[in-house]
Write a protein that binds this ligand. Structure first.
Ligand code: SF4
Length: 391
């Protein structure tokens, strides 16, 4: 979100509903809320929909939201034309809109969508696939009719719900436009999935992934490094690789486990039922996963929760480079590793390479010294506090 976007959104409430989250890759997508919150809402690590009641929105309400978005899009394009940009959403158009006092609420989101070519939409919230098929098809048809330039519609989807949809329904949904789904695999180990109350087995994950692909959908699987904790990390890595190998999704996205205050995971840790791993152990887990991974997926490390942003690219070709990045990290001196961890978590650097710069290295070492003083040398505690803010 830009400063201008933030200013617009602060002014008033949107006339259409917007849910709590969307993946980073959908930052410029039109957000269309078809359900509210999460129908499962029991995953031990998840703080997103805490105590929020799940509901499926009525088709007429969702259509009304889409009409509101279309009206805002027309207003933005009129501004563009009046400035001589023929409907294109340039920086000048955004600036002109931001200066106006009569902005229609929700403008920022629609502006980002238009500025990126009006090609992508994202259905919220946590599991749109649970919507009755007929209703979902009607919403998708209306969305594409209203915004004919849309090429990709994405949603989060629970494996459990995909497995329960008929194959012909999944195919119809994909043909109607929902052509990419993000599934929270989290782990391929049944023991880890049970421990964190995911409500899905490894075999259900495989079945759901294969069925989504067979229906023609692009598939993203999220994996949570560190979720097995100290006692199950090896099984977590090896079994996750096994499940991913069986599915061979289009994308694998890394989301390193963070302990968010107020979650069941935090309680489990306090009760000694789950022991967190530190960053260095998580990197060891990732190396083990990569050794066992045999897929043709695009690996993505597109979240600040992941220590090594470099761990991305097309598998299997990129694998040797990923392993060498891990080795490079592990061969750093203990103090430099600790300094990099803090600098990355503190937002001072994004990539390992940046630590070759002497000034960055010096600032990172100073940060390490001051944080270690503050936390009495307990770096994992400092990192944990920082990471809890990233979720
Ligand atoms: S299914 Fe997703 S949104 Fe729902 S509780 Fe689990 S992680 Fe959170």
């Amino acid at each position: 979100m830009t400063v201008l976007d933030a200013r617009w959104d602060e002014k008033m409430k949107s006339p259409f509903e917007i849910g709590a989250i969307r993946p980073p890759s959908e930052a410029a997508s039109l957000l269309v809320r078809v359900t509210r919150n999460c129908p499962w809402n029991r995953c031990a690590f998840c703080p997103v929909y805490h105590n929020a009641k799940f509901s499926i929105r009525g088709v007429d309400d969702v259509k009304q939201d889409i009409r509101e978005m279309a009206a805002i899009a027309r207003m933005i394009q009129d501004v563009s034309v009046s400035l001589g940009f023929e409907g294109e959403v340039t920086w000048e158009v955004r600036k002109a809109l931001a200066a106006r006092k009569d902005l229609v609420p929700g403008t920022a989101q629609v502006t980002s969508f238009l500025a990126q070519g009006a090609k992508h939409a994202f259905l919220q919230d946590a599991n749109s696939i649970v919507m009755p098929t007929e209703d979902l098809l009607e919403v998708l048809a209306f969305l594409r009719e209203t915004f004919p330039t849309i090429e990709r519609i994405t949603s989060y989807a629970r494996a459990h719900s995909i497995v329960r949809k008929k194959s012909e329904d999944l195919k119809a949904i994909c043909e109607a436009g929902l052509n990419r789904v993000h599934v929270g695999l989290e782990s391929g180990s049944d023991r880890v999935l049970t421990l964190v109350r995911k409500g899905v087995s490894a075999e259900q994950h495989i079945e759901a992934g294969l069925r989504a692909k067979q229906a023609g959908m692009e598939l993203s699987e999220y994996y949570m490094p560190g979720l097995g904790g100290r006692s199950l990390w090896r099984e977590h890595a090896i079994e996750t690789a096994r499940v991913l190998n069986a599915i061979d999704p289009h994308f694998i996205r890394l989301r390193t486990t963070a302990i968010v205050p107020g979650t069941v995971l935090e309680d489990m840790e306090k009760l000694g039922q789950w022991e967190p791993m530190d960053d260095e152990q998580v990197i060891e887990e990732l190396e083990l996963l990569l050794e066992h991974l045999d897929v043709s997926s695009e690996l993505s490390s597109d979240h600040i929760l992941n220590l090594l942003a470099e761990l991305q690219g097309k598998l299997p070709e990129i694998k040797p480079r990923l392993i060498s990045t891990i080795h490079r990290f592990r061969s750093m001196s203990p103090n430099h590793r600790r300094a990099f961890i803090l600098a990355r978590r503190g937002g001072m650097v994004e990539r390992l390479d940046e630590m070759q710069d002497e000034a960055a290295q010096e600032s990172a070492m100073l940060l390490l010294e001051s944080v270690e003083n503050h936390y009495g040398g307990d770096l994992p505690a400092a990192v944990r506090d920082l990471m809890a803010h990233f979720v």
